[in-house]
Design a protein around this ligand. Structure first.
Ligand SMILES: [Zn+2]
Length: 127
């Protein structure tokens, strides 16, 4: 039940709606009640509104669940695929590469190459 809901009042017999009314104890507000809008017959009471403290833990729990759903932790722990292997075959480390400020050329194939290319004929240069 909430304010504005349709209400068939057993006291006055009218089809009316519920209105909210504050219950006061002196100057202290004790809560809210729902009353018949026509005659004021007490229809029920409203639980006091809960704000702040109780809502936040639920919110963060939902956020954690969402994070787990995405597998964020797993993704961070996962090692990069073949990172150590492919690094060893970059053209920039190859004996055949002739470094140039604008164009890197491979003497083995006689063509332009990208320093980060992965060459099947890679020969590690002596450093
Ligand atoms: Zn009534």
């Amino acid at each position: 039940m909430k304010p504005g809901d349709e209400y068939h009042c057993p006291k006055c017999g009218k089809n009316t709606f519920l209105k909210k009314e504050a219950v006061m104890d002196g100057w202290t507000r004790k809560g809210d009640v729902l009353k018949c809008a026509a005659c004021g017959h007490l229809a029920g009471s409203l639980a006091p509104e809960v704000k702040g403290e109780k809502a936040d833990p639920l919110k963060s729990a939902a956020a954690d669940r969402f994070k787990n759903l995405l597998g964020a932790d797993d993704f961070e722990k996962r090692p990069k695929l073949n990172s150590s292997e492919s690094e060893e075959h970059f053209c920039k480390d190859c004996l055949h590469l002739i470094p140039h400020p604008f164009v890197n050329r491979c003497v083995k194939f006689g063509k332009e190459v990208n320093p980060m290319d992965d060459c099947p004929s890679f020969t590690k240069k002596n450093t």
